[in-house]
Every structure is written in C-alpha cells, then in structure tokens.
Design a protein around this ligand. Structure first.
Ligand code: PAF
Length: 280
C-alpha cells in the first residue's frame, strides 16, 4: 500500500494508474475504521482496479460543541486494516494540507436538504462534509466514490452535490453494517459503556417497529409516533427525531416509494443515528 500525505504526492502516486487507464474507486473516511468502512473498501475492490482510501478527521464538519478533539483516532490500526484489504493508496493529509491558511472557499448545501434533521441539529455539518469531499474528489478524481447507507442524509447530500456541481463521479452506496444484535456500526460506538450500548439498541428497535407499522399500512404520522414513543420509552435514551422522509429530498414523502425511516438519539451523551430504507 502506498501512502500519500499531500495533494502533490497523491497526484504523483495516481498518475501511473491514470496513464494505464485503470479505474479508481475512492472511499473517504475519518479513520477509526470498522467493518462498515471495510465493506466499502471491498465494494470498491470488486468494482475498480485501484482503490484509494482517505483518512482525515475533517474539522469543518464538527460544530463548536461537538467532539472533534475526542473523535476516535487509531492510525496504526487503520493502516493495518487498509493494507489487509488490499488498498492501493492511503491518503492521509494534515489539516494544513486540506485547509491552508487563508483558504476561504466553502460549499453551502441548500435548503431543505442540508438544513433539516442532521442539518438542523448540527448546523454547518453538511457544508463541512461537502467542502472536504469536493476537495478530495478534485484530488483523487475517482471513477466511483463509496459511502455507507448508515449516513443516509449524507448520501443524499453528496449525491445532490455531485449532480449540482457536475462531478463526473458515480456514487455507490454500501449497506449499513450491523452487529448481530442490530446496532449499526459507527466509530462513535466506542464511546458507549456496555450498559449504554444495550440502551442504544432502542434505535434499531424503533426502526424495525416503524418499518413493520408502515408495511402494515400505517400512515406516516403513525409510523413516526411509533418510532418516537419507542425511543422515548428507552431508559437513558434522549430522542432527537424519528421521521419518515423521501430518500432523496429528505422532505415529507410523496407516494410510497423511496422512503427512508430515520432516527437520532443521545445515549449516555453519545449522539447516534440510524435508518432503514423502505422500498415498495
Ligand atoms: O462519513 C464520513 O466519515 C465523513 O463525513 C466523510 C464523508 C469522510 C467526510 O469527512
């Protein structure tokens, strides 16, 4: 596995791939890798001839009250995992490399997609995500970029940015990876105590109950109430939202296709999100 720490190194490293016409698959990450990330690397491996993974904890997508400093970091383990998956190039830029002093251009994600739910609870979050992903896309110039369904709204925001800013990149979405008891994998799960981890199962329980209600013909408001009530009943669970939305716009769904059930809650001070897509 080759390592690039600057944009110049990355371009030099990828030049040979481009000259020989190999397709490039790109998996952007913030490190603290888990099976969810690795499943995306495997998807990229199956589709593309060269796989690039970036590991960069992006300060721009953290709010002032959020956990940037505490965000889990384990570069040596990440390195071993990426090498084990046959990654071709790991891109590990510094903050100065991605945001040189004086850098002042950012991307603003429009309403409502960028400002509801996660965008509402974490102001500026999606602007930060899109700014760094656009920079990474420009540096890597991938054919395919891989994101996890676990961050459903991020997927919708990135797809919209790719469309609106005309990146010639195909966005591929990998399924949410879960522990056997249903907890969606997240780098933040490491902050959960064993007791809080058990309490966090309320999120997947709420989604399962919501999906069952929907398939039994329940109205959107009823489904949302079922999910909210289950979250609110969970000891130590502070729900933030429980909604049924259109999977592209994140607005109230019209018709019964392409919906996603989304929930967010704090458990033991850790903010968790989860979702299930409902296709009919
Ligand atoms: O999903 C993430 O880990 C991050 O939001 C991303 C896409 C790597 C951008 O920093």
């Amino acid at each position: 596995m080759r390592i690039a720490r600057t944009g110049v190194e990355l371009r030099e490293t990828l030049q040979a791939e481009r000259i020989s016409g190999r397709t490039i698959g790109f998996v952007p990450t913030m490190g603290a890798l888990h099976e969810g990330h690795l499943s995306l690397v495997r998807l990229a491996r199956a589709k593309d001839e060269a796989v690039v993974v970036s590991v960069f904890v992006n300060p721009l997508q953290f709010g002032q009250a959020e956990d940037l400093e505490a965000y889990p970091r384990d570069p040596e383990r990440d390195f071993e995992l990426l090498e084990g998956e046959g990654t071709d190039v790991a891109f590990l830029p510094s903050v100065d490399e991605m945001y040189p002093a004086g850098d002042c251009t950012t991307i603003s994600v429009g309403r409502p997609l960028g400002r509801v739910l996660e965008g509402h609870d974490r102001p500026g979050h999606f602007d930060g995500v899109c700014t760094v992903v656009a920079k990474l896309f420009n540096l890597v110039e991938p054919d395919h970029a891989f994101f996890g369904q676990k961050d459903a709204q991020q997927v919708a925001v990135i797809r919209r940015m790719v469309h609106d800013l005309k990146f010639p990149i195909d966005v591929v979405v990998g399924p949410t990876v879960r522990d056997p008891d249903g907890l969606a994998l997240s780098s933040r799960n490491c902050f959960l105590s064993p007791e809080d981890r058990t309490k966090a199962l309320a999120l997947s329980r709420a989604l399962n109950a919501g999906a069952a209600e929907l398939s039994a013909g329940g109205a959107v408001e009823v489904v949302e109430k079922v999910m909210w009530d289950l979250l609110a009943a969970g000891e130590g669970v502070e729900p933030s939202y429980a909604r049924v939305v259109d999977r592209h716009s994140f607005e109230v769904p019209e018709g019964d296709t392409g919906m996603v059930l989304v929930v967010a809650a704090r458990v033991g001070g850790v903010r968790l999100i989860d979702n299930v897509e409902v296709k009919s």
